[in-house]
Design a protein around this ligand. Structure first.
Ligand SMILES: Nc1ncnc2c1ncn2[C@@H]1O[C@H](COP(=O)(O)OP(=O)(O)O)[C@@H](O)[C@H]1O
Ligand SMILES: [Mg+2]
Length: 281
């Protein structure tokens, strides 16, 4: 018998591949050597459940950002399958692709990349909701206040410009803008990495609250294991484009199976040693 639909994963990635052609040097061109292919994401498979927080950890250049962007085709996959519910992400175009991108929203490290510095925060949130015909959008002030409240900002923040806010507040606004279109999934790529530790913790708690309140699923990309430990139910460890290990966060951190995971954990300074939620296993 088939599994019932609500037990199916929300997102299923199977053998996803992305290769980049490395820049050819002048010498390569003179010698007519072709560009070298670099496999940034190398046959990666994983699933994301509804309401789950999946951490994606790994060193710089391990392919985390490339993989995250492939999920909504900001980077075109070269091979493999990405299923979002019943939708084949690689085959989608036009309205279907826009709908996939509405439902899977990215939050970046630098909120300036998603916020127009000349647009008031309220207008940015309203515009996002209006474009996607979100419920309640006919009453602009109430819609904006409700979305700001989700990220624990006062309604008065609507009148501010992004540069008038602190880094943590600005990241809350970036999250608000993502929430304004009614997503099912947030893909946070190093969304707290540039912030002070105390602000990081506040934002991680916000992500967890949003998961509980809205039933969101979250893919949380971070190179800091301490961040992953605070937020993720499961963690995937990336190394040289591959997921070398994936499992419940406490299990992976306490009983790493792969040498690379062990070296990542060992490289962590002891004062920030990751302590997964739920403690030891
Ligand atoms: N647009 C691109 N063109 C060429 N190489 C790229 C491009 N984007 C990423 N890469 C390469 O792919 C690899 C993975 O990068 P990235 O996904 O940014 O890693 P991470 O986010 O884990 O630091 C790196 O070697 C990087 O240099
Ligand atoms: Mg990255």
């Amino acid at each position: 018998m088939n599994a019932s639909p609500d037990t199916l994963p929300l997102l299923r990635v199977t053998q996803a591949v992305k290769q980049f052609v490395l820049r050819r040097t002048l010498g390569d061109r003179v010698a007519r050597r072709p560009g070298v292919l670099h496999t940034a994401v190398d046959h990666v498979s994983f699933e994301l459940g509804s309401g789950e927080v999946l951490g994606l950890a790994g060193g710089s250049g391990s392919g985390k950002t490339t993989l995250a962007r492939m999920l909504i085709r900001l980077v075109e996959p070269d091979d493999g399958q990405i299923m979002f519910g019943d939708s084949d992400v690689r085959a989608a175009s036009g309205h279907a692709l826009r709908e996939i991108r509405r439902q899977m929203q990215m939050v970046f490290q630098d909120p300036y990349s998603s916020l127009n510095p000349r647009m008031r925060i309220g207008a940015a949130i309203f515009e996002a909701g209006k474009v996607h015909h979100q419920p309640g959008v006919d009453d602009e002030a109430a819609f904006v206040a409700r979305v700001l409240d989700l990220v624990r900002l006062p309604a008065s923040a609507a009148r501010r410009f992004p540069q008038e806010l602190s880094g943590g507040q600005r990241q809350r606004v970036a999250i608000a803008r993502a929430l304004a279109v009614g997503p099912k999934v947030l893909i946070a790529d190093e969304a707290v990495s540039a912030l002070d530790v105390s602000i990081q913790t506040q934002l991680l708690n916000l992500f967890l609250d949003l998961r509980d309140e809205l039933g969101l699923s979250i893919i949380f990309v971070a190179h800091q294991l301490s961040v992953i430990a605070e937020v993720a139910d499961r963690v995937a460890i990336m190394h040289e484009g591959k997921i070398v290990e994936i499992g419940p966060t406490a299990e992976v951190f306490h009983r790493p199976q792969h040498d690379y995971t062990r070296s990542l954990l060992a490289a962590h300074p002891s004062h920030t040693a990751p302590t997964p939620r739920g403690g030891s296993v």
